[in-house]
Design a protein around this ligand. Structure first.
Ligand code: FAD
Length: 318
């Protein structure tokens, strides 16, 4: 079922959902199930599965030269989605990227998803690979998520890349895209970021999931701004409980997200990461409760491969 249909069916009641990462190559799929199992009691209508593109590593050869090697540390997004739908009977939402994909790769990926009975996709550009300062699309790929959304919409209308194909079957994907309450790191201004978000909706996106934020005011202001710009689709807040002291530096740097001073100081005072986890959970519970009061359709939690703190939050909120 489509995300938008789940939201309609819930009739104003806030639902719980979460995102998982595919296991590292070499790990068993049980590592995913062990994280999903404890969260099923909160009845998620869907579970997102992130996509991780290739990375480049340099291996030293015997002659001292370096050999560039492509590695994919977390493969398996499509297989995991199929396994989740099969095992838990809930919708699984694969993330799909511009990065590393040609248009042909994208089409084939979408055909696989359609055959597997997957109704939703989250369309993203992806970050630059670690060795590059700027995002570089594949030669025959997409530079921005809006172009990817446009290709998915075309397939939803039965338009495949090969124009000669006759009597094609149209897909029926519900399309999610990313939104940034504190602006995307590369965007020159908040207004330009909203302008391009609007383009993703115009190309056919059905809903938005936000980047994590730790101050609800940023989310409320973002929603107001979107509504003023006539972006009317559901805007699902993304939340993450802070779990380690290191994240105090990592999160603002990596995601360009501000942490409120109260949260920072509470974490600074913690003796160890066990205490940090408790602070992170309490903060996330307070954020969740306020968002529910404001009538958000869903609370979407970033699990980062660990479910115990998400369970602690959800038990207090749902
Ligand atoms: P876009 O919407 O393409 O925007 C990228 C930047 O370009 C923005 O600054 C935007 O303002 C600007 N822009 C857009 N269109 C144009 C244009 N036509 N001309 C000029 N500028 C333009 N990454 C992963 O690798 N795997 C995942 O599974 C994943 N899941 C995510 C889930 C969520 C909910 C979020 C919020 C992010 C996720 N990401 C994931 C990270 C995401 O890939 C990065 O944030 C990436 O840098 C931007 O992706 P986007 O889809 O927002 O890009």
């Amino acid at each position: 079922m489509k995300v938008t249909e789940h939201i309609k069916k819930a009739n104003g009641k806030t639902m719980f959902s979460f995102e998982i990462l595919p296991p590292l190559k070499g790990e068993h799929i049980d590592s995913i199930f062990n994280n999903i199992d404890p969260l099923m009691e909160f009845k998620p209508p869907f579970i997102d599965v992130t996509y991780h593109r290739e990375e480049y590593v340099y291996k030293e050869l015997e002659n001292g030269l370096l050999k560039k090697q492509v590695v994919k540390k977390r493969p398996g997004t499509v297989g995991i989605c199929a396994a989740i739908q099969n095992k838990y009977g809930v919708d699984a939402i694969p993330h799909i990227l511009c990065g590393g994909f040609t248009k042909e790769d994208t089409e084939n990926f979408l055909i696989d998803l359609d055959f597997l009975g997957i109704d939703n996709v989250m369309a993203l550009r992806g970050d630059p690979v670690k060795s590059e300062a700027y995002f570089t699309p594949e030669k025959e790929g997409h530079a921005y998520a809006s172009e990817l959304v446009s290709q998915i919409s075309a397939l939803n209308n039965g338009n495949y890349l090969e124009e000669e194909l006759q009597n094609t079957s149209a897909t029926n994907f519900c399309i999610g895209v990313a939104g940034y309450p504190e602006k995307h790191i590369e965007a020159p201004s908040f207004d330009s970021d909203i302008h391009f978000l609007k383009k993703k909706i115009k190309e056919g996106a059905d809903y938005i999931v936000t980047q994590m934020f730790f101050d609800n005011t940023k989310y409320f202001e973002f929603v107001d701004k979107c509504r003023k710009e006539n972006i009317t689709v559901p805007i699902i807040p993304g939340l993450k409980p802070i779990a380690t002291k290191k994240q105090l530096n990592l999160i603002p740097y990596r995601f360009k997200v501000d942490l409120p001073d109260d949260l920072i100081m509470s974490i600074v005072k913690c003796k160890d990461n066990k205490e940090v986890r408790e602070v992170g959970i309490e903060w996330c519970i307070a954020q969740s409760k306020e968002l529910i009061k404001q009538g958000v359709p869903l609370l979407h939690y970033y699990s980062m491969g660990k479910s115990d703190n998400i369970k602690a939050v959800a038990s207090n909120v749902f």
